[in-house]
Design a binder for this molecule. Structure first.
Ligand code: NAD
Ligand code: UDP
Length: 336
């Protein structure tokens, strides 16, 4: 099948492109490159044998989206494109609603116009808001604590309304926990612009010597070592979850939500130690005050995805750290 990946040159989209191509699909990437580099296409070509098609365009350009769906005879869309920085969303909420919600609306209109009715959407564990119980399953109440999270929630609701209005739609919302790691080749990975917001890219940059030390945001949480606990999932396992969701939608219509996580929680200090062990480099850190909006612990129940999609995360913490270290070393050797 021909599959359109919006945000396909980004971190998760590029890894999913590899998995889909390996499964025999033809991928078309659609991206405005606001948070990714066009060089990803050539590096994907090295991994996949030939570079995928890239349409450089914006999600809010409905006409270009419809044209792309037609020209490439697209059978399904995986919608990764979006802005994702929580802090930035608090400062620029309208930019987030415009890019994420309006961008998705334009995509859905283009899909309706062209008769493409299969969609996998990049949602997030952030739609659960403050965890009321752990592990978080899909029945956990939803609620967002910032504009980024609310944009994801609005989109999920829009998708549920659409599926309810017309039985032809097949929609899966994949609620990612904490994606980390990189493709084993070290050719693609997460390369945040500026200072990383997320833990693991920061840790990797400290290990390589690009940053002096990690700030650990609080060690007084009610967790075993006092630092925050999250469900880190290897990006290649996450990518495989998209393939499983597409297969599932082949047989079923309607709206479906799945957690993609490992079901295992790891603390900040556990992650630091795992990275030190794999890289052989020290990761100096200092404990600073808690980051506003952070919760103590958040990890998934991934049982639904296991039962219905036949999917499970398989890669270990060591593989997550090893692949991100390999990628970090390659980044350092490649002038951007
Ligand atoms: P990313 O920034 O690496 O990739 C997103 C891509 O979308 C980028 O290449 C960017 O250029 C593109 N894009 C953004 N706005 C666009 C627009 N208006 N038009 C066209 N292209 C646009 O991010 P990622 O980590 O790969 O995340 C992919 C999706 O997964 C996002 O929707 C994000 O919210 C979601 N998600 C990510 C995480 C995470 O920790 N990485 C966790 C949960 C959910
Ligand atoms: N964290 C940290 N220092 C950093 C970045 C993150 O201590 O520089 C902690 C953060 O408080 C949380 C965990 O690492 O407990 C994961 O944070 P991240 O931003 O990667 O993911 P999210 O908050 O979205 O789960």
């Amino acid at each position: 099948m021909n599959i359109l990946l919006t945000g396909g040159t980004g971190y998760i989209g590029s890894h999913t492109a590899v998995v889909l191509a390996e499964a025999g699909h033809r991928v078309v990437l659609y991206d405005n490159l606001c948070n990714s580099d066009v060089g990803v296409v050539q590096r994907l070509g090295q991994i996949m044998g030939s570079p995928p098609a890239l349409v450089q365009g914006d999600m809010r350009d409905g006409a270009l989206l419809a044209q792309t769906l037609r020209v490439h005879a697209v059978g399904a869309v995986i919608h990764f494109a979006g802005l994702k920085a929580v802090g930035e969303s608090l400062v620029q909420p309208l930019a987030y609603y415009d890019n994420n919600v309006v961008g998705t609306l334009r995509l859905l209109q283009a899909m309706q116009e062209t008769g493409v009715r299969t969609l996998v959407f990049s949602s997030s564990a952030t739609v659960y808001g403050e965890p009321r119980y752990l592990p978080i399953d899909e029945a956990h109440p939803t609620g967002a604590t910032n504009p980024y999270g609310r944009s994801k929630l609005h989109i999920e609701q829009m998708l549920a309304d659409l599926a309810a209005s017309d039985g032809g739609w097949k929609i899966a919302c994949l609620r990612y926990f904490n994606p980390v790691g990189a493709h084993e080749s070290g050719l693609i990975g997460e390369d945040p612009r500026g200072v990383p917001n997320n833990l693991m890219p920061y840790v990797a940059q400290v290990a390589i010597g690009r940053r002096q030390r990690l700030s650990v945001f609080g060690d007084d949480y009610p967790t075993p070592d006092g630092t925050g606990v999250r469900d880190y999932i290897h990006v290649m396992d996450l990518a495989l979850g998209h393939l499983a969701a597409l297969d599932y939608l082949g047989a079923l219509s309607g709206w479906h939500a799945f957690n993609l996580g490992t079901g295992q929680g790891h603390s900040v200090l556990e992650m630091v130690r795992a990275f030190e062990a794999v890289s052989g480099r020290p990761v100096p850190y200092q404990v600073v005050s808690r980051r506003p909006g952070d919760v103590a612990s958040c990890y998934a129940s991934a049982d639904k995805a296991h039962q219905l999609l036949g999917w499970q995360a398989r890669r270990s913490l060591t593989e997550m750290c090893l692949s991100s270290w390999r990628w970090q070393q390659n980044c350092e050797n490649t002038p951007s």
